[in-house]
Design a protein around this ligand. Structure first.
Ligand code: ATR
Length: 271
């Protein structure tokens, strides 16, 4: 019987996860169907019960349900616990859900794919929201020296408590004036969604990684490239976190290069 998998979020129609996972199912001869499932905030528990009854074996979880997914799970992996959020659920033998988080290792794999080693380097993280948490944890575990820059300082301070490597907190405005001292910049701000850009200094071939992709990253990455930064968008992180979810479900790490090509083509087709 065809097994059911999917991603739960709201909104969800934009999600590239069905494209990624359904292709991997075909590549690995797995009889399964991966669907986008729109579930409003506060209704995750109900949805999980219904999906368990339908025999669902694995799920991805995105906004606004990542914290609820952790709370509603029966078992939790270490990274999900440290982040306080889950993006992957795995059905357990006893019929419950195990919560995992593949965003942080996904970011680490994306960096590896860019051939960038940030151990011991000065890395500025712009933003301190949910996505920044996964980035900060990943970079901290890699041994980078972090500077977290955010409009709301209290959120940056809270994020700094999560990391174990050396970490400085700055206001966003202050941080933007000090980018000359960074070895790399990771942008997690959501300002690109409204077409806003950033006033960047000269990059001199340093890495500017924007965790957004498509239109949301376009303006900022265009400006970074013009100023001489080595740019990367968030598609490789998206594919990498999906690969680690797939590995949790099937014990196989699938091919990320072909998935990235498919995603890039899909994003370009909508621009
Ligand atoms: P996500 O979970 O995807 O990271 P988020 O939690 O909404 O999204 O975080 C968005 C980030 O963009 C935050 O760091 C936010 O700053 P605040 O913590 O001060 O809200 C930042 N951000 C959003 N709009 C901004 C703006 N107009 N100027 C500066 N920072 C902005």
């Amino acid at each position: 019987m065809t097994k059911l998998f999917g991603v739960i979020g709201d909104p969800i129609s934009h999600s590239l996860s069905p494209l990624i996972h359904n292709a991997w199912f075909r590549e690995h001869g797995i009889d399964a169907d991966y669907r986008g499932m729109q579930v409003p905030a506060g209704e995750l528990a109900h949805a999980l019960e219904a999906l368990a009854r339908e025999g669902c074996k694995g799920l991805n979880i995105t906004l606004p349900h990542k914290e609820d997914a952790l709370r509603l799970s029966d078992e939790q992996g270490d990274i999900a616990q440290r982040l306080g959020a889950a993006n992957t659920l795995v059905r357990t033998k006893s019929g419950g859900w195990r919560a995992e988080n593949t965003d942080a290792p996904g970011f680490a794999l994306a960096l590896q794919n860019e051939n960038v080693d940030l151990a011991g380097k000065s890395v500025f993280i712009l933003g301190a929201g949910g996505a920044a948490r996964a980035v900060a944890l990943s970079l901290s575990d890699l041994g980078a020296n972090l500077t977290i820059c955010n409009r709301t300082i209290a959120k940056a301070e809270a994020l700094a408590e999560l990391v174990t490597s050396p970490c400085t907190v700055l206001s966003l405005d202050d941080g933007l004036t000090k980018l000359a001292t960074a070895d790399a910049v990771i942008n997690t701000l959501s300002i690109g969604h409204s077409g806003a850009s950033l006033d960047l200094p000269s990059g001199n071939d340093r890495l500017f990684f924007d965790i957004s992709y498509g239109k949301a990253a376009d303006e900022i990455l265009r400006s970074a490239k013009t100023n001489g930064w080595q740019i990367a968008d968030g598609l490789s992180m998206l594919v990498a976190q999906a690969a680690y979810s797939f590995e949790f479900w099937f014990g196989i790490l699938p091919d990320t290069a072909s998935a990235l090509k498919r995603c890039r083509a899909a994003v370009e087709a909508t621009q």
